[in-house]
Design a protein around this ligand. Sequence first.
Ligand code: ATP
Ligand code: MG
Length: 409
Amino acid sequence: MRLNHLSLTNFRNYARLELGLSDRLTVFQGANAQGKTNLLEAIHLLATGRSPRVGAERELINWLALESSLPYARLVAEIGAAGDAPTERLEVVLELARTPAPGGGGGNGPVVRKQVRINGVPKRGLDLIGRLRVVLFLPEDVSLVAGAPTERRRYLDIALCQISASYCRALGEYNKVLSQRNALLRRLRDEGGDSGQLAFWDDQAAEHGSVLLQRRAHAVSELNRLAAERQRDLTGGAERLQLGYLPSPDPAKVIASRSATGGDRFAFETAAREQTAGWLLAHLRATRGRDVAAGSSLSGPHRDDMAFTVEGHDLRTFGSRGQQRTAALALKLAEVQMMREATGDMPLLLLDDVMSELDAIRRRTLLDALAQVDQALVTTTDWDDFTPELLAQARRWQVAQGALERVTA
Ligand SMILES: Nc1ncnc2c1ncn2[C@@H]1O[C@H](COP(=O)(O)OP(=O)(O)OP(=O)(O)O)[C@@H](O)[C@H]1O
Ligand SMILES: [Mg+2]
C-alpha cells in the first residue's frame, strides 16, 4: 500500500495542492510556519478520519475560504495497493454549515460537517481507517510519555483501529454503552432506584470492553518487545525500556481486594475473550455500589493507562525530556513493526521535524529505520539534518507559504 497522490483544497494554508508522492522517500524542507506539519496532518486525517492536533475542526479550513459563502476544505488521497490490486481514492470534505437554532434563536454557531467518500461512494468516517495505515511522529509526541493517560489511550486506539476493524467497532460500541451506563448511574445516584437496571449495560460494557482489554494487553506486550529493541538501538545499548499495560480494572488489584490470600491472577493475554468478558462483568457487578455513589463508571478500559520505565524508573516522572522523547520515538518505530507483523503491510511513516532534537546515535538509528520502510515522508527545517546519501535517494520539496517547489540540485 502506497500513497501515490495527495490533493488539498483550502486545507490550512494550502489553497490548492496537487502532489505526486510515489517515491519511497520524500523530504520537505521549509522555515517555520510554512506548512510542513499541515501536510502530514492532512495525510493523517485521510488515514484516520481525524486530525492528530487538538483544536476545532473549523481551524482546518483555510482562513480565506472561511470568508466565502460556502466554506469547505477538500482532501483527497490516491492509494496504490501492492501488486496489481486496484487503487483507492479516499476523500474527506469539511464543510462549514450554519446550524439553524432550535426555536429560531441566535443559533449554535457554525459546525463542521465531515463527508467521507471512498472511490466516490459516501461512507462513514470509520470506514476510512485501515486503508492507508500511517505512523506519525510529531515533536509534541513527547507528551505520550509525560502527558495524561487520555493521550496514551488515544494513541493505542488509533494504532489498533488501523490494524483491526473489529477493535474499532468494539471501541465505538463501548463508548456508546459507557455514556448510557453513566447516565443511568447519575440517575440512580440523584433519584435512587433499583440498581438491577444496570444489568443490561453491565453486560454490554463487559462484552465490548473485554475486546478492548484483550487487544490492548496483547498490543502493549508486542510494543514492549519491539520498543525495547528500538530503544537499545537509539541509545547505543545504554537504556532498557519497558512498556507496561495498566488496565482498568487491574487483575492484580482486583485479586488483592477480593481475597487477602490471593489466588491466580487473571491474565488477559491467555484468557479466552468470553472469560475476560465474564471476569469484567463480575467486577462491574461487584462494584456497582461504588459506581452508583460516584454517579459514573469508576473502572473499565476507559480508565486504562500505559507505563514507560527505564531500569525500573517511571519515565513520566523521572525521565529527562530527551529520555521521554527517545521513548516516544522507540514506541512509534515499534508501532511500524507491529503494524507490519499484524497486517503484512508496511505503514506509511510520517516524521515531523524529528531530526533536529536528536543526537548523533539517535539520528543514525532513525536513518536506518527510514531505510527499512516502504514509504516515508519527512519534514525538516534544515537539509543538513540528513546525509547527502540519504538526500540523493529522496525526492525533495521546499515548502514556503503553503506552496511546494521541487528541489533537484
Ligand atoms: N486554517 C488556516 N488557514 C490558513 N493558514 C493556516 C490555517 N491554520 C494554520 N495556518 C497557518 O499554517 C502555518 C503553520 O503551518 P505548519 O504548522 O504546517 O508549519 P510548519 O512548517 O510545520 O512550521 P514549524 O517548522 O514551525 O513546525 C502558520 O502560518 C499558520 O498560521
Ligand atoms: Mg511543524
